[in-house]
Write a protein that binds this ligand. Sequence first.
Ligand SMILES: [Zn+2]
Length: 127
Amino acid sequence: MAKEESKPGVFAGIVALKCPQCREGNLFKKPGLYTVSGMGDMYDRCPKCNLKYEQEPGFWWGSMYLNYGFSVAIILPTFIVFKLFLDVSFYGSLALAGGMLALFIPVIFRLGRATWLYWFGKYKSPS
Ligand SMILES: [Zn+2]
């Protein structure tokens, strides 16, 4: 019996921004987590298995909830570290946390979409 080639796991697939079905095709036209220009340019369908990424109109709106969660996960610890441990002023800590968030926007955006697609996108596409 031939052993089936193993696919990357869910977490590895999300971080690598690969298709949730075949885990080979890219989600975005420009690969990599940190891309500023063309940050949101996605393929309509997986280049390998033809899975349709945007499953219904407005599908990506849901990923904004995840983006919100990722943003809080960056802002809160950053603010706490600067305010409590490094004794930076309140507004200074707030500005630094905002700056850190701005720095991570491309990563948050792409991880939010990839996670959303893995959450709801593992299905066989009608071709
Ligand atoms: Zn695919």
